[in-house]
Design a protein around this ligand. Structure first.
Ligand code: VGL
Ligand code: ZN
Length: 189
């Protein structure tokens, strides 16, 4: 019943950054728990992408600028670094987004060359994990569908902010309705 990973597949590890993990400025509850399943999954893929939320100081999404979030993932700061436990070896491409001071970009496809790059590598299907289920994972998975990729969401390798209880579950349901397959890293081989 497993899903077999092949050449035309890519793993997208969304925003596994210090600021989104316990101790960070926008900590996702148990956010660090995505690291181990993502490291295990990454070994199976020919293509691994890591996205980074990458905001200039005073970004529009920060509360000081009238946005919803505390300052986080400011370009060049420790908090914007990938979680130290995340294996760098398998990462083939780093995608930074959210660098326009005036607008937020939750999706790894928003304002980046990710779709073109994936197509140039012959990728047809993307597996998505990381942080946070209800924001950047959701937006990245939905955009991947819009860009014509098959999408598999790794539910054991995502964690939600859950500003409102149930947001994470609702986001998973939305991704499923958009055609994403929900599975776990245990099911891929
Ligand atoms: C994210 C809130 C603000 C995320 C990024 O990576 O899910 N959430 N910026
Ligand atoms: Zn952000």
């Amino acid at each position: 019943m497993g899903i077999r990973v092949s050449e035309g597949d890519a793993l997208i590890m969304v925003d596994v950054q210090k600021d989104f993990c316990p101790g960070g400025s926008l900590a996702v509850p148990r956010g660090d728990e995505v690291v181990e399943p993502l490291n295990r999954a990454a070994r199976k893929f020919r293509h691994v992408v890591a996205t980074q939320d990458w905001h200039p100081p005073g970004h529009a999404s920060f509360q000081e600028s009238g946005g919803p979030w505390p300052p986080h993932c400011v370009q060049g700061t420790r908090g914007a670094e990938l979680h130290p436990g995340l294996d760098r070896g398998p990462i083939e491409k780093l995608v930074r987004k959210g660098d326009d001071p005036a607008k937020d970009a939750y999706s790894g496809f928003d304002g980046t060359d990710l779709a073109e790059w994936l197509r140039s590598q012959g990728v047809k299907r993307v597996f998505v994990g990381g942080l946070a289920t209800d924001y950047c994972v959701r937006a990245t998975a939905l955009d991947a569908r819009k860009e014509g990729f098959e999408v598999v969401v790794l539910t054991d390798a995502v964690r939600a902010v859950d500003v409102n209880p149930g947001d994470g579950e609702k986001a998973l349901e939305e991704m499923r309705e958009a055609g994403a397959i929900l599975t776990t890293t245990e099911e891929i081989e």
